[in-house]
Design a protein around this ligand. Sequence first.
Ligand code: ZN
Ligand code: ZN
Length: 268
Amino acid sequence: MWDTHLHTEFSGDSKAKLSDMIDAGKRKGLRGMIFTDHLDWNYPNEPGLFDLDLYGYKDALNVALSDNPDIEIRTGIELGLQQHLSNRHRELLQKVSFDYVIGSVHVVNGRDPYYKDYFEGRSADEAYREYFECLRDNINDFMDFDSLGHLDYVVRYGIKNLGTSMGAMNFWTHRKTIEEILDILIRHGKALEINTGSFQSGLSEPNPAYEIIELYKKMGGELITLGSDAHAPEYVGDGLFEVAGRLKELGFNFQAVYINRIMHEMPL
Ligand SMILES: [Zn+2]
Ligand SMILES: [Zn+2]
């Protein structure tokens, strides 16, 4: 099993030491780990919080790679997509190489649903609609990622901020936009990330939820990546083995792992 979504203290919201994360991965019996620290330029709520020290980060990972021959360590990045950043992201990826790039939407028209004010003064449906439409518009504009991070990220914080029943997402209300998103991924050979960080937030399903994963399969989607989104050693690999069982039942045969931006099929 590979955990392909991991954060360290190079991310503005993590204090985890890289070496502690790797030790945790070995204890969990992971075969490989891809670190994907945050780069969210123009993060509105706390400017500069998610500006990544790219070269310090890459150097630290190179050292870790040679210090740990008993587990595969790879260097990725989680790019916070915003449409006005698309050209900057493209230029960055031409200059700096990564094994793996996750494209994630954290900021929706200037606001992160992590914060309660994103949901204030409107229904959950309206808040969710704005997220999915913004995500679709972002990936129509910027495609240079390997896997789409936590497609229904907004639900994680809808439930946290509005409660389990008010925050529950009505899949059918948003199905058309979600279908458009999945269709873009499938047509362009991009993977769908199955992110188990949701379990740390008390959700019972990964992000995205199984209804969305099943729809992706039905539409012909085959490429899935798996990641815990751990920001601390205790969450490394969390939920991945459990989710893998369900994914196999749904007909997925492998997890996609990207090395030098090339897709490899690894056992689930
Ligand atoms: Zn994220
Ligand atoms: Zn993340």
